[in-house]
Design a protein around this ligand. Structure first.
Ligand SMILES: [Zn+2]
Ligand SMILES: [Zn+2]
Length: 156
């Protein structure tokens, strides 16, 4: 058994850990799924998922709240890492959050006139402040971009 997982199990006895090909947290099962930890970035990803769990993240309503959850999960991950004497590289965290910010920015661009717009609070559709076009974006899961990054690294 991996040392980090053993330590996390001691800290959070109610939380389950199961091997999978992806990193994600299932709030309904209270299980963190994780790939084999063979790189320090995998350890950070695991701590990040624990961060979602401790923060009771389940679903999000808007792109903005998704980003807020990602920030929060990293903050909690850093605190846990400190307890376990692990150092998470801040540049790594910023890279992950930047990829979210880019993605959200692209989603916010009007498909007609390319003006950056806001999601309305009621149904989370975007409304263009310039040409009044409305558009909907697909919901994305937490950590989607993050996982993509990890996967592409594994392939290379
Ligand atoms: Zn527009
Ligand atoms: Zn996440």
């Amino acid at each position: 058994m991996n040392t980090l997982i053993t330590q996390l199990q001691q800290l959070y006895p109610k939380l389950g850990f199961e091997e999978s090909n992806l990193f994600y947290y299932s709030a309904s099962k209270n299980i963190i799924y994780h790939s084999i930890l063979n790189h320090e970035e995998d350890d950070w990803a695991l701590l990040h998922e624990v961060g979602h769990s401790i923060s009771n993240h389940e679903t999000y309503n808007s792109d903005y709240s998704l980003l807020k959850m990602e920030v929060e999960a990293w903050e909690v991950a850093k605190t846990i890492a400190q307890k376990l004497k692990i150092k998470i590289d801040d540049n790594h965290i910023q890279d992950c959050l930047d990829s979210y910010r880019d993605w959200i920015y692209k989603r916010s661009l009007c498909p007609i006139c390319k003006t950056s717009s806001f999601q309305d609070n009621l149904n989370n559709n975007y409304l263009c402040i310039n040409c009044n076009t409305r558009w909907k974006t697909n919901k994305s899961k937490l950590c989607r971009l993050y996982r993509k990054k990890i996967e592409s690294r594994t392939i290379n």
